[in-house]
Design a protein around this ligand. Structure first.
Ligand code: KIV
Ligand code: ZN
Length: 511
């Protein structure tokens, strides 16, 4: 029997530390539900002490998640550990993840603490965390640049204090596989009672080696792997869940462990995270990129047609590609709609929410012949986006573009219930639309990102637009979906403005 490899997903914490990727509570809840469906063992839902909003999101996630452990990050301080402990209280299985830096540069320059004090803080934090849960993880931040003797000492002390998982982070993405594997080999052989805890790896991707380093750690005894969907995370990101999970599954001849991940949920999860955070997935990204299973050269196509395994080491359908199931159309009824949403794990609170979503589904079915699961997901995201606040609402719009003529747009926006209209010209119909909206709202925001993704294939597909706006250091992502991408753009812009208006954006979570 193979060992179990614990998959610890930190999309909602380290992933959220990507610039502009901060999420609202509702968005975090949707991702958490999808992560549970994907089968991750631990969901790091946030950093409770960072803000009341973060604590509230963790608390809400802890209430609804049944099968995954829900975890909060905490610095090794009383305030942080207590905030984390309170936030995870409703969880069926809750974990506190406390950390302190252990490298000379971090201890001297950032913490301004002597090594003895660092050890004392770590031990005290672990002991306090145990008052809230018996599942306590300790991380030695910047372990990659820490002295091995000091790591052995601090890990020994936190095991004695009661920590159950010991995480070894390559905080700055500095290691290479052979060295990272050796760090685990040394720690596991030198730390007393190392067999009584789970060893965990947490790698950043600054040199493009996060996944490779994580896998080297697994080959040398790590049994928890910390990762994020699409490799999202601080700076160049973290190890990608999809890459490490598929490596372990595909190379069972090498890895002596298995994960609990339902790999057919990988692509849907990747799409959800990409649409909520506004971080597009590059086409050639392993596993989840649009081209990951596309064969362009004639020789490859010929080979695959004759025998798939000539050029494919994994099956696209095993990671959730091609699951583009045609689920419904114009004639589908409310019961079928509700039941499909349930199968997709989408919960709509109350009859009114169902009725509105159903009406929007019918509108969409008038414009688009085949409705796929992805369309339903987008429809509900759009619905949630609209519920952010009704302060700004798109009532009507039109845009015109013609070769040789400056594009124009007219928008009618309801501002706090009062309709206002504006016309504007722009470099293109989207630009003209945004300018017309600005004539009404005068938001003074800066457009940081504009991206369009087609939700399914075909020219009648819905376009899903993400707009990132910033103002005075606050950053929000707005989303909108429609078969007309100019309309989707207007919805996304107004959704972002509504988030700014209601203060739904969150500060950078790592304080
Ligand atoms: O990269 C890092 O060191 C972290 C720790 C908080 C685990 O994210
Ligand atoms: Zn990290």
């Amino acid at each position: 029997m193979n060992d179990k490899l614990i998959i610890f997903d930190t999309t909602l914490r380290d992933g959220e530390q990507s610039p502009g990727a901060s999420m609202t509570k509702e968005e975090k809840l949707r991702i958490a539900r999808q992560l549970e469906k994907l089968g991750v063992d631990v969901i790091e839902a946030g950093f409770a002490a960072a803000s009341p909003g973060d604590a509230d999101a963790i608390h809400s996630i802890a209430k609804v998640i049944e099968h995954s452990t829900v975890c909060s990050l905490a610095r090794a301080s009383e305030r942080d550990v207590r905030a984390a402990g309170e936030a995870i209280k409703p969880a069926k299985r809750g974990r506190i993840h406390t950390f302190i830096a252990t490298s000379p540069i971090h201890m001297e320059k950032k913490l301004r603490m002597a090594p003895d004090e660092v050890v004392e803080r770590a031990v005290a934090a672990v002991k306090l965390a145990l008052e809230y849960t018996d599942d306590v993880e300790f991380s030695a931040e910047d372990a990659v640049r820490s002295e091995m003797d000091f790591l052995v000492r601090i890990f020994d002390e936190v095991i004695k204090a009661g920590a159950t998982t010991l995480n070894v982070p390559d905080t700055v993405g500095y290691s290479i596989p052979v060295l990272w594997g050796d760090v685990f080999k040394q720690l596991i052989s030198r730390v007393p009672n190392s067999g009584k805890v789970i060893w965990s790896t947490h790698c950043h991707n600054d040199l493009g080696m996060a996944s490779a380093n994580s896998l080297a750690a697994v080959m040398n005894g790590a049994r928890q792997l910390e990762c994020t969907i699409n490799g999202l995370g601080e700076r160049a990101g973290n190890a990608s869940l999809e890459e490490v999970v598929m490596a372990v599954k595909t190379r069972r001849d090498i890895f002596t462990c298995d994960t609990r991940i339902d790999t057919t949920q990988i692509v849907p999860t990747s799409k959800l995270v990409s649409s909520i955070t506004g971080y597009p997935v590059q086409p050639n990204k392993a596993i989840v990129g649009a081209n990951a299973f596309a064969h362009e050269s004639g020789i490859h196509q010929d080979g695959v047609l004759k025998h798939r395994e000539t050029y494919e080491i994994m099956r696209a359908e095993d990671v959730g590609w091609g699951a583009n199931k045609m689920v419904m159309g114009k004639h589908s009824g409310r019961a079928a709609f509700r039941s499909r949403l349930q199968e997709l794990g989408i919960v709509l609170e109350g009859d009114e929410a169902l009725n509105t979503a159903f009406a929007r589904f019918k509108d969409l079915a008038d414009k688009k012949h085949d409705i796929f699961d992805e369309d339903l997901q987008a429809l509900v995201s759009d619905e949630e986006a609209m519920q952010v606040s009704e302060h700004y609402r798109l009532v009507a719009m039109g845009a015109h573009s013609e070769t040789g003529v400056l594009p124009v747009a007219r928008v009618v926006v309801s501002v706090g219930g009062k309709e206002e209209q504006a016309d504007a010209q722009g470099g293109g119909p989207v630009d003209a639309t945004f300018k017309a909206i600005e004539q009404i709202v005068h938001s003074g925001t800066e457009l940081q990102l504009y991206s369009v993704n087609n939700i399914t294939s075909g020219t009648d597909a819905q376009g899903e637009v993400t707009v990132r706006l910033s103002k005075g250091g606050r950053v929000v992502n707005g989303q909108g979906a429609d078969t007309d991408i100019v309309v989707a753009s207007a919805k996304a812009y107004l959704n972002a403005l509504n988030k700014l208006d209601t203060g739904l954006e969150r500060a950078h979570p790592q304080i």
